[in-house]
Design a protein around this ligand. Sequence first.
Ligand SMILES: [Ca+2]
Ligand SMILES: [Ca+2]
Ligand SMILES: [Ca+2]
Length: 433
Amino acid sequence: MRRSSALAPLAVIALALALRAQNVWHVRSDALPGGDGSSWSSAFDSLDSALSAARASVAQDEIRIARGRYRPATRTNPADPRSATFLVPSGTKLQGGWNPFTNAPPPAGLAVATQLDGGLGSVGAAYHVVTIEMFNQPTDPRAELANLTVTHGRANGVASGDVDGGGVYLPAATSSVRLDTCLVVGNSAARDGGGLYAYCINVQLKWSRFADNQAGGSGGGAWVKASTFLSGTSFARNSATDGGGYVGLKPFIPTTAGTVHLRINGCRFKANEATNLGGAMHFPGTGINNAANYRILNCTFSDNQAGVAGGALSGPLGGVGWIINSILWGDSAPLDSELTLGIPVDYSIVDGPGVYPGSVGATNMNFDPLLNGDQSLASNTSPAIDASSGLFTPQDILDLDGDGITAEPLPLDMARAPRLVGNAMDLGAYEHP
Ligand SMILES: [Ca+2]
Ligand SMILES: [Ca+2]
Ligand SMILES: [Ca+2]
């Protein structure tokens, strides 16, 4: 007894050190076979090997991936080659774009140098390029994907687990995920979340782009049921039945009435398409306790379209969302060309007749914002300039400038240029210089 009680504290200390330790693994597509991943000169030649090593260690692992193209090989169903996926243990950080010759991390904004590609040649495409697995990690459960392109996932299988989330898939997970500087492009799902399907605790989408993804159900770009932050992120040319770009649902964890579940600060949505509701975004659910409670600040929506209603956004009557300091212009639908009835919008430019709670003439305007093709402001005569309400200043919730401070006004616009020029922030996602 004395002996074991003397050893117990040592065991606790050893365990604590192991928990704090962080393994760093290296992956190069052109590495020689047999590497142990410990350095660039002995890098793993496959990402699957690094993910296996991360799963086997109790540490929070970081995987550095050299530039190149990587395809998944680990099958979740041994009999089905299309079940191959990059199976990421929760709590693991993957970062692409590394230069193995200089051991340099990727420059800011680089998302295309390292591609996770679901294309599997003659057998078709992986159902999910990346799967974040529920895995009992000892500390932070958040997985992070950084500086990666995720492409060519096709979640069009038969099993219920094979129809959502062609690009990144988090099913019913107690984990969380952050995408930082990722390009999610050209993925599809038979049901929900062509680019991203996330049913989990928390989702953060920072400096990322969702483009040309498609879903047969809802959320062509992303389908998210979680508490969520989006900042500096764009959705373009995604399509679905409902919510061409994005679908947001109330988290499954009970939250106090009035809790804001979804914050979207400084993002843009262009040319997304829904055959039914919500060209850019759709918020299902009805009533104050069942619909996602969202705040959309300084975002731009244009050229999105819906086949039935809500060219830019659709949401339930009695929902609790709020759109502020934003631009909604040139979106289209047979009914409610910008917003379905009941979505509050204030201090914004809204195209159309102005049947909105914050009615045109009070706090909204319906003057042409003079947008460029990339949704930046084309002219110093744009009515969007300096028109944001200082009562609703967007915060730097995902630390876009990387200074470690989130409790500050959004410092950068979509072009990574200073967010505050002149007397006030401009409406929408870009500041006119
Ligand atoms: Ca681990
Ligand atoms: Ca300004
Ligand atoms: Ca900051």
